[in-house]
Write a protein that binds this ligand. Structure first.
Ligand code: HEC
Length: 577
């Protein structure tokens, strides 16, 4: 375990200085109409954040949670709401989570802000200014009104009147709820966000990065080099950079904390990883898991993040798990599973004189390609195409690998889920028949460093989940300059750039959260942050709507510009399957 922490720095200071705009004061041209971030954006922080109450008794009452998150009442019927315009809303569409978010801390939507409704924000005593409010700052928090009681809260939810009896804005629907459901919902609001926040002390924020034993050793080093350097740099920055923020009306304090990185290296069989992680987490609580690297099996890590409610941000994995219904893990893309979808579309569209194309796939048993091949088979079956598969095992030598490819190249579509070491074996092969389309995984084959023999290049199409090199250059340039200045050896360019991007996203998100360290809120802010992000590294665009967990959703099919070079050119538009 490595701990990166520059301890010689002053541990804790509330500083007074610096008027500067907040980072991210830019809106993408194609971004949603979310408000401009400027220095005028008010930030206010309570220093009493750490005194949050102990973990609530979750599970005792799920009724409130189900109403809040899914819009289903205790009777199993859809929650019903009426909007001021008379429009009726029902079920999941009417659920509180849509507007007030999972954390209950609200959000900013365009010009209007949706207030926090986690209990402590509803029941706090009247404060005349937000500075008087002894609560962590979130946008939209309301200070100058009476504290709610259970009765006035029920009235707000049913009739849209606030605690003072004034009407709430039209945006807040009126809900029809039975008394029993109302009291369950109110109980739930009281419990929301009252978890003790792990990994946050008044001088340090703790993070982990997770490495599984099946991760490629070179890439593992490459990722750790970047992330450890990032933390060292972060802590070396003078802590005075952003302490007191001035806005037009308010003065807010922000505590600069050091970042401490815990490297959680897993060992032994995958069946033990989740337990290992839970033990580590109990010993070394962290606010979030950042980046990290896995091999084919990331499922136990994903399960840990979901079950322990730890945000796990942008790990380097080829086979991400889960679906958009999970919450705590977010990935840059769906990896080889997305590649399989892209290929399924292309292959299903192949015209072979009215008959379905024949497809053969080759992969290494136990490698990410195996999951990819399964996904492609499943997707093609929907089109009535049944591929045949060949799994290479440890017994296969370059000669038998080449032979397997030679035999399979009789198919209309030959799909190779292979890495450079196996691709090198193709040196032994003549060019494939002209009628054969050869497809390869860009993630596994790493075409820029391709060992593919020149005579194969004209026949090969690759899936490519990134923007094309000349297009992404301006977005990756800063990362590569940073590596070079810090003498970080470049051994896995894209993975290192992704790791740098993940760290940058975390830093930027935290700077916007000020001191409101609530795990669910961290993820909500990451979602929001991505919408404004221009520096998206290898990806043309990143976005995470509330129910999306894969930030980049498409890819290209590419080919080599010519037989002699490894330059890639687009063979399709950007496709979002
Ligand atoms: C369509 C979006 C939307 C949904 C769905 C929604 N709200 Fe609201 N809610 C708002 C907005 C916007 C406001 C702020 C209104 C204002 O500015 O006066 C608000 C205000 C409130 C307030 C008053 C907060 C305060 O500080 O005075 C409460 C309480 C509240 N909502 C509870 C709920 C509950 C509980 C649910 C689910 C049963 C819910 N809301 C669903 C948009 C929504």
């Amino acid at each position: 375990m490595f701990s990166i922490l520059v301890r010689s720095l002053l541990p804790r200071r509330w500083r007074v200085s610096a008027r500067r705009p907040l980072p991210g004061a830019v809106v993408r041209r194609d971004g949603p109409a979310v408000a401009l971030r400027t220095a005028a954006r008010a930030l206010f922080v309570s220093l009493a954040m750490l005194g949050v109450a102990p973990a609530a008794d979750v599970g005792a009452n799920r009724v409130g949670e189900v109403i809040y998150r899914r819009g289903i009442t205790s009777a199993g019927t859809p929650l019903e709401a009426t909007h001021a315009t008379g429009v009726k809303m029902k079920g999941a569409d009417a659920a509180c989570i849509n507007c007030h978010k999972r954390s209950g801390l609200g959000a900013k939507e365009g010009r209007s802000s949706i207030p926090p409704i986690a209990g402590r924000y509803l029941f706090h005593p009247r404060a005349h200014t937000q500075q008087d409010l002894d609560l962590p700052f979130v946008e939209g928090m309301r200070a100058d009104r009476e504290p709610y009681t259970d009765e006035t809260l029920a009235r707000a939810i049913r009739d849209g009147l606030n605690s003072d009896g004034s009407p709430l804005s039209d945006l807040m629907p009126h809900f029809a709820l039975s008394d029993g459901d109302m009291s369950s919902l109110i109980d739930y609001l009281k419990r929301l966000d009252r978890r003790a926040v792990p990994g946050v002390t008044d001088s340090v924020l703790h993070f982990a990065t997770i490495v599984t034993p099946d991760a490629d050793p070179t890439k593992r080093r490459a990722v750790l080099d970047v992330i450890q350097q990032y933390f060292a740099d972060k802590n070396a920055q003078p802590l005075g950079a952003s302490p007191r923020l001035l806005s037009d009306r308010r003065v807010m304090f922000m505590v600069n904390r050091l970042w401490e990185l815990h490297v959680w290296e897993l060992s032994g069989p995958a069946a033990t990883w989740e337990t290992q992680l839970k033990e580590r987490f109990a010993r070394e609580p962290v606010l979030a898991v950042i980046s990290g690297i896995g091999g084919r099996n990331w499922a136990p890590v994903h399960a840990f993040c979901e079950s322990s409610a730890v945000p796990c941000l942008f790990p380097n994995v080829e086979v991400p798990v889960g679906d958009d219904h999970d919450f705590y893990s977010v990935y840059f893309s769906q990896g080889v599973l997305l590649e399989a979808q892209l290929l399924a579309g292309r292959i299903a569209g192949m015209k072979r004189g009215g008959r379905a194309p024949t497809v053969r796939q080759i992969y290494r048993a136990g490698d990410s390609g195996e999951s990819a091949a399964q996904a492609l088979t499943a997707a093609l079956k929907k089109h009535g195409i049944v591929p045949s598969e060949r799994a290479l095992t440890a017994k296969d030598t370059p000669t038998t690998v080449a032979e397997a490819i030679r035999q399979a190249q009789v198919a209309d579509a030959l799909v190779l889920w292979l890495r450079p070491s196996d691709i090198a074996a193709m040196e032994r092969l003549a060019a494939p028949p002209e009628s054969t389309s050869v497809y390869m995984s860009g993630l596994l084959a790493e075409p820029e460093h391709s060992l593919l023999p020149a005579r194969w290049r004209p026949s090969v199409r690759l899936t490519y989940l990134f923007d094309l090199p000349e297009k992404r250059w301006t977005r990756t340039n800063a990362a590569f300059r940073w590596f070079s200045i810090r003498k970080i050896p470049l051994v896995a360019d894209r993975i290192q750039a992704d790791t740098y991007l993940a760290c940058g996203l975390l830093a930027e998100t935290l700077s916007h959260m000020v001191d409101t360290f609530v795990p669910d809120y961290l993820l909500e802010r990451v979602e929001e942050q991505l919408e404004h992000r221009i520096i998206t590294g290898y990806y043309p665009r990143l976005s995470l709507a509330a129910n999306q967990r894969f930030a980049s959703k498409g890819g290209f099919l590419v080919r080599f510009a010519d037989a002699k070079s490894t330059r890639l050119v687009a063979d399709s538009d950007w496709i979002v399957p």
